[in-house]
Design a protein around this ligand. Sequence first.
Ligand code: FAD
Length: 467
Amino acid sequence: MPKTYQLVVIGAGPGGLCAAITAASLGLDVVVLDEQPSPGGQIYRGISQTPDDRSALLGADYQRGADLVAAFKASGAQYWPQTTVWSLNSRREIGILRQGRASIIQAERVIVASGAMERPVPFLGWTLPGVMNAGAAQILLKTAGVVPAQGTVIAGTGPLPLLVAWQYLRAGVKVKAVLELSPGTNLWRAAPYLPGALVAGDYISRGLKYTLDLNKGGVPIYYGVSRLQARGNDRIEAVEYGWDILGSDRRETIITDSLLVHFGVIPRTNLTKAAGCQHIWDRGQQCWRPQVDRWGNTNVPGIAVIGDNAGIGGARSAEHSGRLAALEAARSWHLISTQQRDRQAHNDLKWLRKDLRVRPFLEALYRLPDSLLVPPDDEILVCRCEEISAGQIRQAVREEHGDPNQVKFYLRCGMGPCQGRQCAPAVAQIVAAENKRPVADYTTFRVRPPIRTLTIAQLANLESSES
Ligand SMILES: Cc1cc2nc3c(=O)[nH]c(=O)nc-3n(C[C@H](O)[C@H](O)[C@H](O)COP(=O)(O)OP(=O)(O)OC[C@H]3O[C@@H](n4cnc5c(N)ncnc54)[C@H](O)[C@@H]3O)c2cc1C
């Protein structure tokens, strides 16, 4: 039989680290798996190896991760870096790839903390070399100090484009423009949530500081931008966009060999879907997420989901939810009583409620319009792996393949190496729009293992047992 572990945490971001620290302190035998070489997750990527000057440049929010990682290292939890999870099922059997070898381990309890991914939004030219996600570019800065040498344009929605532009400014990288693609009318929709956002913490003041610093640094920020397009032959040569100034719709061009885009983040749901966890459509966040209770429990016994994986809440909320899931795990083994769990959870629940008050404001302010969610032009490539366009998907729906999974079987979109991670949201949006129904009426692609690429040799040599 596969080797059994008491508690396996998938993901060493702030959520997974806090879960592991708390669980280990309560006497649980914990193993943390993460595909990265060092702990910290997305926000604190590479924190234990980043040189001091680069760490200072990335700002106080990044540096905050150093204490968390130090506490994790001292916690006694086992840590398996460079370990990719390629499968999770409802019996809590976990397929892992470690040091080139695939194997299956068994967990009595699993906390899935695999975080979020940048929302893929297909637009004209998004597959050209030189166009990449802003978060991915930020990872290059955090882990390797690599930046776009000839400068860049940053386009999209959400707080991350501002943060990346601010970090680049401090690193001496020329940011030619920040293009904000959320509609101006969002401001009015967000206004009623501002008082709640202000009590949540310093989120708004930090956003204002980044904006002011960018203004002082001469970085132009254009609001109300639409119809983004990357142009070029073998690689990006220019960015084109529409800009509505006082009712006159202008078309502008910026010459650049680099465009960084970001349209918010969405939970990584491939593991939880493969495990059979129930998912719901989150109207505010415009994405599917696993349905969980306050302790992270899903409908699948022994599988909890925390942090951004359970719905976007940011790093602080991920920490609180990690501790709550660990307390619940300890309660389930009678290491603490229900009353002790509830008492110890009191502060986390309080801070979580406070911290999450910023979300309705951010969700309204950065709400994506249909023109971004549903690729408007037929020639836009939606599935990059199988090279399927928006037009082909529309045609398939018109031919009665009226559900994302039917479209997948018919066209193979979502069957390539990324296993639908890049196209699933857009395919569901196109199907819903063609059928004139809300996207919540559909499910995205069914997910089957392996959710990450494995070679035939790795599978054939699977270190396993009957299972
Ligand atoms: C690209 C990106 C950049 C971001 N940058 C910032 C930022 O600068 N500032 C900020 O405030 N917020 C940032 N965010 C948001 C922030 O990262 C999250 O709110 C926060 O990190 C959530 O913590 P978490 O523990 O839930 O997940 P994460 O921090 O995302 O940690 C998840 C971990 O799971 C691991 N993992 C995922 N899938 C697997 C798998 N199959 N096998 C093994 N390991 C796996 C990942 O390697 C990662 O270490 C960013 C998000 C993204 C996606």
